[in-house]
Ligand binder design. Structure first.
Ligand code: SF4
Ligand code: SF4
Length: 460
């Protein structure tokens, strides 16, 4: 197959003929690496705890799409609350824009699930089985001997086990854990659809972390493409101090800059780029090159920070500015979205009662009386079973009959009650039909109302 040459500069993981260059990042240690692993551990711990820990008798986070029941930290939501997502996602989106404008792709390097699982779980497994970078490269280039087959099989078996684990904990966020255990216990034949989903998610996770890896950040993720629009010359990013480092040369060369061209910053990079070429879209802000170069500088007895977190202006020796008008815009929009979502979520009523006119004729005149037919729609939006009593408000000259005066509704479920309002005679007088709905557990009361209508007499 003829491959088209790449126009412009090829990236670290892409050869000039368009082939992918598999990346074998070297081990790195240092202060930023330690911080990252602490964050990875906390995030993975929280992710595992979310379906396990219960708040108000429900998992801390359960997104049961099949039944359209959603539980988050003790609050229950149903599909009618989907509008809250708009404000929540808008708030989070602008908060991320603010973080990006301040600190570049810090989210990608420290908290994105792709990075957390790749660097925190799958690469350590690979390192354990295949050894450090040099050994991994040698193994990849070696012929297929029995030793290589055993190592590769062990690594991919471990990857599959890890992918199964990640897939099932993720599924625990969408199916409650008791349901998940039951499905696992009964086997694939009892729940073929759930089994299919579990296997599909496992396959995606396995392919991603065993093979696709950094290509997700470089090709698939839209946030990476957005960063050039969100950052500016005052954003704190990982950068190389060219004024200090150039010209590159041996450590013993007095005319050379501080960069000894050891390429440690390149071999530790998970996207195989050279940070000395300047800020690039492929940089995920993982700070591995910062730790690597600091280590080199320390060994040479030179000041650390040749590769460091700084703004473009700071790296060029210009005064640093952290305040820019765009920060205010991102902050205000982020705060508005999050505040509206939080206030709306906390002030939601935990049940809804509406009175809707039945389809067809708006009224019936028969046997000397006028009848209106309604349906009361009662939605229990709480996470527990609730009992409701429905009482018609007296007055208005109406007799109101209900199909049920007391109804018990399961959590996040609804009920429909038929309502007939009757007025004596063929009356055209408009009046209100009012029903009081009381939740028995706490006495919370809502009133549902609708207009009673009758024939209008037109005089000629
Ligand atoms: S690690 Fe530091 S000294 Fe070595 S090549 Fe990179 S910038 Fe230069
Ligand atoms: S250039 Fe440095 S910060 Fe950017 S991805 Fe590579 S190692 Fe990470």
């Amino acid at each position: 197959m003829r491959r088209l040459p790449i126009a412009g500069q090829p990236t670290g993981s892409l050869a000039t003929d368009g082939r992918r260059r598999f990346v074998y990042p070297a081990d790195v240690s240092g202060r930023f690496n330690r911080v990252r692993f602490v964050i990875f551990a906390v995030l993975i711990g929280v992710w595992i705890a979310l379906p396990l820990v219960h708040v108000n008798g429900r998992p801390a986070l359960l997104l049961d799409i099949a039944t359209r029941e959603f539980y988050a930290f003790g609050a229950a939501f149903n599909a009618q609350d989907a509008w809250l997502l708009f404000f929540l996602l808008t708030g989070l989106g602008f908060a991320l824009a603010l973080v990006t404008a301040l600190w570049g792709r810090v989210f990608c390097g420290y908290a994105c699930p792709q990075t957390v699982f790749l660097d925190g779980v799958f690469r350590p497994i690979e390192r354990l089985i295949e050894g450090p970078r040099e050994k991994r490269i040698k193994l990849a280039r070696a012929p297929w001997t029995s030793g290589k087959i055993v190592r590769k099989a062990a690594k991919h078996a471990a990857f599959l086990v890890a992918a199964l684990g990640v897939a099932h904990v993720t599924l625990g966020l969408f199916v409650s854990l008791p349901s998940l255990w039951k499905m696992l216990w009964l086997g694939p034949a009892a729940h073929p659809a759930a089994f299919g989903w579990a296997m599909a998610i496992t396959a995606v996770i396995y392919i991603d972390f065993a093979w696709f890896r950094e290509q997700v950040c470089l090709i698939v993720c839209p946030y990476g493409r957005l960063q050039s629009a969100l950052t500016d010359e005052d954003t704190i990013v990982v950068g190389y101090d060219a004024a200090r480092g150039e010209p590159r040369g041996k450590a013993t060369d007095p005319s050379a800059g501080d960069c000894v061209d050891c390429k440690r910053c390149v071999v530790v990079c998970p996207t195989a780029i050279d940070i000395r070429d300047g800020l690039q879209l492929d940089c995920i802000g993982c700070s591995a090159c910062v730790d690597a170069c600091d280590d080199v500088m320390q060994k040479l007895g030179r000041k650390q920070g040749l590769v460091r977190y700084d703004s473009q202006r700071g790296l060029e020796g210009k005064p640093r500015r952290w305040w820019r008008p765009r920060l205010l815009a991102y902050a205000v929009l982020g705060v508005v979205g999050l505040v509206v979502a939080t206030v709306a979520a906390t002030r939601r009523t935990s049940f809804e009662a509406t009175l809707q006119r039945e389809r067809g004729a708006p009224y019936v005149v028969e046997a000397g009386e006028t009848r209106n037919h309604f349906t009361m729609h009662l939605v229990n939006k709480s996470g527990s079973e609730e009992s409701f009593t429905i009482t018609p408000d007296a007055g208005g000259g109406l007799d109101v009959a209900l199909s049920e005066e007391r109804v018990v509704i399961a959590p996040m479920r609804d009920a429909r009650i038929r309502v007939v309002a009757v007025a004596a005679g063929a009356t055209a007088a408009r009046r209100d039909v009012r029903l009081r709905v009381v939740r028995q557990s706490d006495g919370e009361t809502h009133t549902a109302e609708a207009k009673f209508v009758g024939p209008v007499v037109v005089s000629r």
